[in-house]
Every structure is written in structure tokens, then in C-alpha cells.
Write a protein that binds this ligand. Structure first.
Ligand SMILES: Nc1nc2c(ncn2[C@@H]2O[C@H](COP(=O)(O)OP(=O)(O)OP(=O)(O)O)[C@@H](O)[C@H]2O)c(=O)[nH]1
Length: 372
């Protein structure tokens, strides 16, 4: 049996209704550097609105036609990706370099990621190269106030693209723009931000993911940049005690770090418990882990809710920092709870908290899936 080809980068382009997704996609697809991109576009009903607006793509476009990507199209999305692979593998379509999925404005991007990550074959053929969220600089704040979906789209972003900065009152350096920037910093400290008016958006957008295959050679985003653990820790220190009334205040990004290596079994146990107890609230997590069995070869993990992408072992620490660093984006989940859980599995329980044995022999604990 031959090995499957290297996984194709898959980028999810999301953002609320009218945020400027199609406008951006049209612009990106004019860039010759993206000529080998396949685009999966969601449509509403029978009117292929987005398709009519997307130019300069012919064979690379796969259209979905049954409504909202976040629900009914999920099965169809898997089918469309499988069909795309089949056509490429048997030569009916040209080789492609990447896939971009544009979600509808109302979609929760997590199920899109889940349908790829949770699929045994698609998870081998695609790697999540990033979630790019468009935020309208004029209506962004009001949209975040009114729509929890928009908050989630921002919270799980790797990159945020600000659109319509040309229309914002006071200009890109004015008070309204600054207030939105502060809010986005709190909600998505791990996401870098670019202005859609900037000229070279292609590189800024499609380089959002970490590619383990090129971890050491500078061709991919650096591990530290992908994780953004420092930015998340800084945001935590800054915003520590804020109130939790607004719905975007319920979502928090936080880090768990450790110098000490953790055994594979203990790390599995930690993830199992975390996913079993808090899966639905775990919007996204990513990390690099120092395993006791081979501390010189870190393991990169990431996932969405209860699903973990197959972990990738790197030949060496690429960035000089050999600590375990996890970044979690979660709703209604206290960072201290997760840190205590990790400490317990690391064998360094805090006062008044159970150790790993107490946690795993707890008859109420729900065993999760093994993934190593
Ligand atoms: N002035 C200005 N207008 C923009 C910008 N980006 C998008 N627009 C306009 O905003 C409107 C909505 O843009 P679309 O690209 O259709 O937004 P969308 O996110 O694809 O919208 P849905 O498909 O409804 O979710 C269009 O009229 C665009 O021309 C921008 O940066 N500046």
C-alpha cells in the first residue's frame, strides 16, 4: 500500500453576513500565487449568489447547494471534499495546492473543522491551515453584541481580517477602530490582525497555519507564532478579572505551560478527562508537548471540542523553547481548573486537589478515546 500524499492545507474563511468574505475571496483568487486553489463555497437555496460573485475560477470550484454549512451541509461538505480528492487522484482535476472553504455568515466554523478532523480519511489528506475571520470595522462591535455566532467566529480565528476600515468613523486610527481593536484583542489574543486594504494579503492569510512538515526550515509559520502562547498569556495578565456579563466575556483564551515532561499515558489521561468533561466548551486548543518518553522530539497537537487531530511528532524543538505549551480557547471554563488538572496528571498536584490516580479511578470519570 502506498502512503497517501502530503496533506493539503485547508483554510476556513468565515465572518458574519456582509463582512466582506466574497469580496476578499474574489481579490485573493486574482493572485496568480493562488491559481492552484480549490474553493468550496456555500450557497443559500437555489440562487448561487456567491458563485456569481466569485470570478476567475472554473474547474477548481466545488459548489454546495443545500443551505447553511454549519448544519445541513456538513455531510455534503465531507462528500464534496472526498469528491475533490477523487477527481484529483484520478487525474480528472488538476493538482491543487490548497483548499479554501468559505462559510456562510451565520455558520459556526467549528463543525466545519470537526467534519474534517473527525473523518478518518480526510484528516489524513487535509491539514487545517487556519481559520480566517473577517470583521467589518464599521458594524463589527454591534454584530458581536447581537450575535454569539460572530463571537465564536472571532474567538477561534488564527487571523482576523478587518474590512471596511475605509468607512469607519474617525478612520483606522480613530476611537471606534481602537475600541474594536481592544475588544478583538481580548476575545482573540492568539489571532494576528490584518487590514483588508493592505496590498499583500495572500501571504498574510494563507500562511496562517503551522505546517509540521516544514517546522524547521522557515517555510512555514513558526511554531511559537502559530501557538501565540505569549500573546495569550499577556492578554490573560491584562484582562484577568473582567466581568462576565457580555457573551464575549464568557469565552477566554488561556495557556497551560510546564517545564517538566509528561508521560504519554498521563497526557492522554489529561486530554481524555478534559474532552469528556468540557468538550462542548472547548472551542479550540493547540499545543506542543514535551513527552517524557522522547523529550527532545516534541509532539504538536490541536483540536476542536472533543476531537483531536492526529498528533505530529517533530524531529526537534524548532524554536528554542522546550516547554509544553497549550493554548485553549474555551467558553465558561476556568483556566485554573484546567491548570490544576494538568498539574495532577503531571504528578505535581496542588494543595486540596486530587492527583491523577484519584481522577482516573473516579467511577464518575468518562473514559475518552485513545489517540496515540
Ligand atoms: N467600503 C468597503 N466596502 C467593502 C469592503 N469589503 C466589502 N465591502 C462591501 O461590503 C458588501 C458585502 O461584501 P461581501 O463580500 O458580499 O460580504 P460577505 O461576507 O461575502 O457577505 P455574505 O455572503 O452575505 O455573508 C459589498 O457591497 C462589498 O462591496 C471594504 O473593505 N470597504
Amino acid at each position: 500500500m502506498t502512503n497517501p500524499p502530503a496533506p493539503l492545507p485547508l483554510t476556513v474563511l468565515t465572518g458574519f453576513l456582509g463582512a466582506g468574505k466574497t469580496t476578499l475571496l474574489n481579490r485573493l483568487l486574482r493572485d496568480p500565487a493562488l491559481a492552484d486553489t480549490a474553493v468550496l463555497i456555500n450557497e443559500f437555496g437555489e440562487v448561487a449568489i456567491d458563485h456569481l460573485l466569485v470570478e476567475h475560477v472554473d474547474d477548481g470550484v466545488v459548489m454546495l447547494s443545500s443551505g447553511c454549512l454549519c448544519c445541513s451541509v456538513r455531510g455534503e461538505l465531507v462528500g464534496a471534499l472526498e469528491d475533490l480528492l477523487r477527481r484529483i487522484d484520478n487525474g480528472r482535476s488538476p493538482q491543487i495546492g490548497r483548499v479554501v472553504i468559505e462559510t456562510t455568515g451565520l455558520a459556526d466554523p467549528a463543525p466545519v473543522l470537526l467534519s474534517v478532523l473527525a473523518h478518518p480519511y480526510l484528516s489524513l489528506r487535509f491539514r487545517i491551515a487556519g481559520v480566517i475571520t473577517m470583521v467589518d470595522a464599521v458594524n463589527g462591535a454591534a454584530t458581536l453584541d447581537a450575535h454569539p455566532e460572530a463571537v465564536k467566529q472571532v474567538a477561534i480565528a488564527d487571523r482576523i481580517v478587518l474590512t471596511k476600515t475605509d468607512l469607519v468613523e474617525g478612520g483606522p486610527n480613530g476611537t471606534a477602530a481602537a475600541a474594536l481593536a481592544t475588544r478583538l484583542d481580548r476575545l482573540a489574543p492568539a489571532a494576528s490582525r490584518v487590514d483588508s486594504a493592505q496590498s499583500n494579503l495572500t501571504a498574510a492569510l494563507l500562511g496562517a497555519g503551522f505546517d509540521p512538515a516544514h517546522a524547521g526550515d522557515g517555510r512555514a509559520l513558526r511554531l511559537a507564532e502559530w501557538l501565540s502562547a505569549d500573546a495569550v498569556a499577556a492578554a490573560e495578565a491584562r484582562d484577568g478579572g473582567s466581568d462576565t456579563n457580555r457573551h464575549d466575556e464568557r469565552i477566554r483564551a488561556f495557556t497551560v505551560t510546564a517545564e517538566q515532561a509528561i508521560s504519554t499515558a498521563a497526557f492522554e489521561g489529561f486530554l481524555d478527562l478534559l474532552r469528556a468533561a468540557h468538550g462542548p466548551n472547548l472551542l479550540r486548543f493547540k499545543g506542543v508537548v514535551k513527552l517524557a518518553e522522547h523529550p527532545d522530539r516534541p509532539v504538536v497537537v490541536h483540536g476542536v471540542q472533543h476531537i483531536v487531530h492526529p498528533p505530529v511528532e517533530l524531529p526537534a524543538w524548532p524554536d528554542g523553547d522546550d516547554r509544553t505549551r497549550l493554548v485553549l480557547i474555551a467558553r465558561d471554563l476556568d483556566a485554573a481548573v484546567v491548570r490544576r488538572l494538568f498539574s495532577a496528571f503531571l504528578g505535581t498536584p496542588q494543595i486540596d486537589t486530587p492527583d491523577a490516580a484519584a481522577l482516573t479511578t473516579n467511577p464518575l470519570a468518562v473514559p475518552g478515546l485513545r489517540f496515540f
